[in-house]
Design a protein around this ligand. Structure first.
Ligand SMILES: Cc1ncc(COP(=O)(O)OP(=O)(O)O)c(N)n1
Ligand SMILES: Cc1ncsc1CCOP(=O)(O)O
Length: 225
């Protein structure tokens, strides 16, 4: 069932649709001599509108240290900053929110941990999951993998019809993720998406700022087509 949410006067919007246009998910795989903070800075300069800190191989101490550094960069540029999986760490370092999957804590529990003002993103691969997440207070949905990806070993493909059905079913912003690059962004047009989430199409590129510029332009075109 559709629920009217959003931007009416006096209503709280934790998550503006414009911030979902180009959502970057961090990954240290391609760091080389750079720092993640530098890479994230370049991505934001190029037009990234949202950052998710997703690091699967750091111990807790390094995770928190690095997350605080990236939070600082995002604060300087006033770009929303969420943490993947760990609502407790998001609360501890005062991140803007958390992104959780179907195997992580539920949005209701994340909301209990983070409070009313923080952003909660949820991964959804079916309309049922999407509606449940919305009902449980999710602020946006990440849907994917929409294309083949080498970045997430256990990624499951979500068909285009399902992406469209999810966008039609919910009122919160929906972004696509998984295997998205400059060559295929426009294939996502016409489904009701608010933007794209990318990892390798940014962080594996030698010129991250330029890659962000290109992806932002394409995402805008995709959303408005
Ligand atoms: C924006 C966005 N969408 C989907 C995901 C995937 O989340 P999840 O299913 O929890 O998988 P992991 O990221 O934990 O591997 C995401 N991270 N971001
Ligand atoms: C985190 C995640 N969730 C579904 S696919 C994916 C990885 C996307 O990475 P890439 O943009 O490099 O394909």
């Amino acid at each position: 069932m559709k629920r009217i949410l959003g931007t009416a006067k006096g209503q709280k919007t934790r998550c503006r649709r414009e911030s979902m246009l180009l959502y970057a998910v961090t990954d240290r795989t391609w760091l080389g001599d750079a720092t993640l903070a530098k890479q994230v800075g370049a991505a934001i300069k190029g037009g990234v509108t949202f950052i998710q800190f997703r690091e699967k191989h750091l111990d807790k101490e390094a995770f928190i240290r690095e997350a605080k550094e990236i939070r600082e960069v995002c604060m300087n540029y006033q770009v929303p900053f969420v943490i993947n999986d760990h609502a407790d760490i998001a609360a501890a370092i005062d991140a803007d929110g958390v992104h959780v999957g179907q195997k992580d804590i539920d949005a209701l529990d994340a909301r209990r941990i983070l409070g009313e003002d923080k952003i909660i993103g949820v991964t959804a691969r079916t309309v049922e999951q999407a509606l449940r997440a919305q009902e449980h207070g999710a602020d946006y949905l990440g849907v994917g993998a929409v294309f083949q990806t080498n970045t997430k070993a256990d990624a499951v493909e979500v068909k285009r019809d399902t992406v469209k059905a999810i966008c039609e079913a919910v009122d919160i912003p929906v972004i696509a993720i998984g295997g998205i690059g400059e060559d295929n962004v426009l294939q996502l047009a016409g489904n009701g998406l608010c933007g794209i989430a990318v990892v390798s199409a940014l962080f594996a590129r030698p010129d991250i700022e330029q890659a962000a510029r290109n992806l932002k332009r394409l995402s805008e075109k995709m959303v408005n087509q």
